[in-house]
Design a protein around this ligand. Sequence first.
Ligand code: A2P
Length: 335
Amino acid sequence: MAVNVAVVGATGAVGEEFLRILESRKFPVKELRLLASKRSAGKKMRFCGRDYTVQELTKHSFEGIKIALFSAGASISREYVPYAIASGAVCVDNSSAFRMDDDVPLVVPEVNPQDIAKHHGVIANPNCSTIQMVVALKPIHDAARIKRIVVSTYQAVSGAGLKAIDELQKETASILSGQEGFRRNLFPHQIAFNVLPQIPQNNAFLPNGYTSEEMKMVSETKKILGDNSVRVTATTVRVPVIRSHSESINIETEKKISAAAVKKLLSTAPGVQVADDPANQLYPLATMATGRDEVFVGRIREDESLDHGINLWVVSDNVRKGAALNAIQIAEKLL
Ligand code: A2P
């Protein structure tokens, strides 16, 4: 049965992807309401061969809406999700606003689809870096129990929105053409030809020295796996890539599991594509994952410094599986 769908943050990087994925997966949309800030009101966006006019988000925007997809940041979600719920909508929220609330399911459909049923009007979509990591690790956790995860990320600028893509492109062009006077708006340092160990770029470091992105990977992984005993430590890093996050993941397991067994397990795991043929220089790449739905896993090796350790290289499209696709998969399960 077709339903009325609202997209909050329709004009953003994730919002645009929501429209592409709703269309390509033939999500049963009856009425589509595109919502953004006042600045975008009146703008036209195309969906299924028709032009839709973007409307300003207000507390009255959700009348008649059954599914509301939010991706306009945590403060917008905090303010407007309650209005959407009061109007009778179920919200899938891509922000961090409600992720760690006890009564809000935090869901990756390949990992914990059973949690969707526990919702009270809002289901949280995890952080992009967490999603691709747990899709790759869940089958290993089930088979050998993961005791500890050490992850370092190489994250694309699209995770920081369309303005971040624009800044990388313009800064790169200005450096290459030798122009002076490029003004950064978003990143605290040059992002072109550089690597920044601070995500998000505008948040203060926490008292423990970590960033909020790093601590999200710690807490969200435990919640999604439903296992507080897994120890997680993360270093999250922005690289001058437009799209798709890469991750170096080291795990220590309770039971011994060989690299060959991990490869076999992952070759049939839902949402995973193994790309691991070093002899032919085949391994996951941002360019391979972009525009694709799968989480790509390769460079699967035993960690020779541990009795029960595995190293993996995991790449996925942060705007798709890391955000819009995961949210729409949740919405599909809701229907
Ligand atoms: P707008 O384009 O009108 O600013 P991104 O993450 O790519 O930067 O996108 C953020 C999304 O959130 C955009 O669609 C943006 O709309 C939307 N947004 C930002 N601030 C508001 C607001 N105050 N009310 C509604 N939508 C907002």
